[in-house]
Unconditional design. Structure first.
Length: 484
């Protein structure tokens, strides 16, 4: 049980580093939807979608490659130095090139050049902390990692609240004050990006000692190996970004109004509860997968972990869907955004499928077949793009939500099939399939048949919990006996 206790501890701390910042970010959603109209929020969502795509490009798989070589390469200082130097110089080249051609980028994307400039600086600052954060995870300094991550988001949140809520009031009450000179009328969207830049800059300053305490020796042969390993991760990351965020860009391309895009983006955030669980789990599990790979019990351990992920994920997704109309009162209090609530079950379950795919993807990471992961992600991206192109014109953002769940569902199925061939893991297919199928069935029956009837919703939750207890009773009793 020590293994699971250690895994739980790491996941809990990384979960805190992920969940708490995102919970703080949750507070930005009601702030934005209160200050901005749906059209303005739609514009912000489109810009952040481009931001995610370029984040992936600037990382180019080096983070995952770093973990792989750090755990398997004798000269760990060379791995740290080579990865750091690589990210540093590619980021500097990007900074110079993008600033020179920012007007061209603005014309291509239809985004104001001022916002393009802010986005460039955010991308650069975030890229420069990729390896320092990876080092903290590799050194298992999860508490330091959590403090810095939480600090970044707390500063960002505080600045957003100050710029959007208090600064206009201060400027109106004391027009001759210094703070009033910082106020620019109708600059709400700009303040959102300025707050992000300041938070990212302070994070880089905190982590900057990493650049002064490394071996500034660039190992070309090691770098080539890391690039080869990381390139499929880059492709997979781009495909993921397309699956997760490109729908907002496509909606604009298909001339869907920014107001509809804003409503869709806001209701999409309710699915963040499932994202929190999935992300926290992924941060804790990826280093574990690599470090435990040589253990003879690894396949069975991975199978057990996947089963319990499905159990907890099913319970979380069903709970979020049942109580989504209560959550919206706190997360999106502005009723003008509620027209898109119908996408919530699709987005929540799509993120659950993606979490299961993360578990199933262990086979291609441990067998150095990362190209297969890229191929699977490309299939998902093709599904996303195809369904979006087929359905957006007729169903607007509903088509985008359908595309998301179809993409992640197909990736999950393909990874399971290929994993059985290359790295067989004895998954308990009957139980996993039962928990997954029941949670999906209950979710759709409740939301589209008995929505806001909480007697039915809570009843379905109770039935699901009893179903889990009946099937896992012996395991649970065994754990209790060992811990007593």
């Amino acid at each position: 049980m020590g293994l699971y206790k250690s895994l739980f501890k790491q996941t809990a701390i990384y979960g805190l580093a992920t969940v708490l910042p995102r919970m703080l970010s949750f507070l930005l959603v009601p702030l934005y939807t209160d200050i901005l109209n749906p059209g303005e929020y739609g514009e912000v969502s489109i810009i952040f979608s481009w931001l995610v795509l370029f984040n992936v490009l600037l990382a180019y798989g080096m983070e995952t490659s770093f973990f792989r070589f750090y755990n398997n390469y004798d000269d760990k200082r060379a791995v740290i130095g080579t990865a750091t130097i690589s990210i540093f110089w590619t980021t500097i080249v990007f900074l110079i090139g993008s600033l020179l051609f920012r007007n061209t980028l603005a014309n291509f994307s239809g985004i104001d050049v001022e916002y393009i400039t802010y986005t460039i600086w955010i991308l650069v600052l975030d890229a420069l902390v990729i390896i320092p954060f990876s080092k903290l995870r590799a050194y298992q300094r999860s508490i330091v990692y959590a403090i810095i991550k939480i600090g970044n988001v707390a500063i960002n949140l505080g600045l957003n609240v100050f710029f959007l809520l208090y600064l206009p009031k201060i400027a109106a009450a004391n027009p001759d004050s210094f703070l009033a000179s910082l106020y620019v009328e109708n600059f709400q969207i700009g303040y959102i990006f300025v707050a992000n830049i300041i938070a990212s800059l302070l994070t880089l300053i905190v982590l900057s000692p990493n650049y002064f305490h490394i071996q500034w020796h660039f190992d070309t042969q090691l770098w080539k190996k890391m690039l080869r390993y990381g390139f499929p991760i880059l492709i997979a990351g781009l495909a993921f970004a397309i699956n997760e965020h490109f729908d907002k860009i496509l909606l604009e391309i298909f001339n869907i109004s920014k107001s509809e895009i804003g409503a869709y983006s806001a209701c999409y955030k309710i699915g963040l509860f499932m994202v929190l669980f999935r992300t926290a789990y992924s941060l804790g599990i990826e280093p574990f997968f690599f470090s435990y790979a040589n253990n003879e019990n690894a396949p069975q351990t991975y199978a057990d972990i996947t089963k319990y992920f499905v159990i907890f994920g099913s319970l979380i997704s069903l709970s979020v869907i049942v109580f989504s109309d209560i959550l919206k009162l706190f997360l999106i209090p502005n009723e003008t955004y509620w027209s898109a609530m119908k996408v919530v079950p699709l987005i929540v379950l799509a993120n659950f499928f993606l979490g299961i795919y993360t578990n199933l993807s262990v086979w291609y990471k441990l067998t150095d077949r990362t190209k297969m992961g890229a191929y699977i992600s490309i299939v998902g991206a093709i599904v996303t793009l195809t369904i979006n192109f087929l359905l957006i014109e007729k169903f607007s953002y509903i088509g985008s939500a359908i595309a998301t769940i179809a993409a992640y569902g197909s990736m999950m199925a393909i990874s399971y099939s290929l994993g059985n061939r290359y790295y067989p893991i004895p998954y308990d297919k009957n139980k996993i399939g039962g928990y997954l199928g029941l949670s999906v069935l209950f979710s759709f029956v409740y939301f589209y048949g008995f929505r806001e009837n909480y007697f039915v919703g809570i009843g379905l939750l109770v039935v699901f919990i009893y179903f889990v207890y009946r099937n896992e009773k012996n395991t649970l009793l065994g754990i209790l006996k060992k811990s007593s």
